[in-house]
Design a protein around this ligand. Structure first.
Ligand code: AP5
Ligand code: MG
Length: 203
C-alpha cells in the first residue's frame, strides 16, 4: 500500500520534526507547505513576494493559492509513485475540500492529529525563536497562529473523523518517543511498518 498521510497539529506540535523522520522511514515525499512558502520567499519568486508579509504576521495564505501549490506538488512523480506526507496542509475547511477533490482518484489513507497542549507548544516555539529567529515565532505572531489553529484548523479533526481516517497521537515526550507512537499508529491504519531499500512496503 502507498502511504498518503496528513499530519495535523498545532504550531510547534512537531509536524516538521516528525514529518522529516517519517518521510525517511517510509521513503515518501515530505510536503511541508510552510517550507515551500519559506523557500519561495528565500528565492524571491512571485509567490514569495505575495506571501512574505502574510507569513511574518502569522496569518494564513489564501486558500486558492495554497490549493494550487499543493495540487502541483502532489502531481510530481515522487509523490504520485511513492506516496507523501502533508505537513501544514490542509488548515482550513475549504482547503480540506480542495484536497478531497485533488485526491479523489488516490485518497488520503491516514490523518494524524498530533496532540500537544498549548502551554507546551508555547515553550517549544519560544525556544525555537531564541535559536532560529523565525520571524513568525514572535509572541504576537504565535498568538495569532494559535488562534487561527483553533478557529480554522481544529474543525478538520471532525471532518477526518467522519471520513474514518483519523488517528490521534500523543505528541508529548521526546522526539524518539513520539516517533515510535506515530509509526505504531500508521502501522495500525495502513498495515505498512516500513519500507526497505528495495522500495517494497513491509507488512
Ligand atoms: P508552517 O511552517 O506550517 O508552520 P506552523 O504550522 O506554524 O508549524 P511549525 O512549523 O511552527 O510547527 P511544527 O508542528 O512543524 O513543529 P516543529 O517540528 O517545527 O507554516 C508557516 C506559515 O506559512 C503559516 O503561519 C502560514 O502563514 C503559512 N502557511 C503554511 N501552510 C499554509 C496553508 N496550508 N494555508 C495557509 N497558510 C499556510 O517543532 C517546533 C519546535 O519544537 C522546534 O524547534 C522543534 O525542534 C521542537 N520540537 C519538536 N518536537 C519536539 C519534542 N518532542 N520535544 C521537544 N521539542 C520538540
Ligand atoms: Mg513546521
Amino acid at each position: 500500500m502507498t502511504i498518503r498521510l496528513v499530519l495535523l497539529g498545532r504550531q510547534g506540535s512537531g509536524k516538521g520534526t516528525q514529518g522529516a523522520r517519517l518521510a525517511v522511514h517510509y521513503d515518501i515525499a515530505h510536503v511541508s507547505t510552510g517550507e515551500m512558502l519559506r523557500n519561495a520567499i528565500r528565492n524571491d519568486t512571485p509567490v514569495g513576494k505575495v506571501v512574505k508579509d502574510v507569513i511574518d504576521k502569522g496569518s494564513l495564505v489564501a486558500d486558492d493559492l495554497m490549493a494550487s501549490l499543493v495540487k502541483g506538488r502532489l502531481g510530481e512523480t515522487d509523490a504520485r509513485t511513492r506516496g507523501y506526507l502533508l505537513d501544514g496542509f490542509p488548515r482550513t475547511l475549504p482547503q480540506a475540500h480542495a484536497l478531497d477533490e485533488i485526491t479523489r482518484a488516490r485518497p488520503i489513507n491516514v490523518v494524524i492529529d498530533l496532540e500537544v497542549p498549548r502551554e507546551l507548544v508555547l515553550q517549544r516555539l519560544g525556544a525555537r525563536r531564541a535559536a532560529e529567529h523565525r520571524v513568525d515565532d514572535s509572541p504576537e505572531a504565535v498568538e495569532r497562529r494559535l488562534a487561527l489553529y483553533e478557529e480554522q484548523t481544529a474543525p478538520l479533526i471532525a471532518h477526518y473523523r467522519r471520513q474514518g481516517v483519523l488517528a490521534v497521537v500523543d505528541g508529548v515526550g521526546t522526539p524518539d518517543e513520539v516517533f515510535v507512537r506515530l509509526v505504531s499508529a500508521i502501522g495500525s491504519a495502513t498495515g505498512v511498518t516500513a519500507r526497505g531499500g528495495d522500495g517494497q512496503s513491509r507488512r
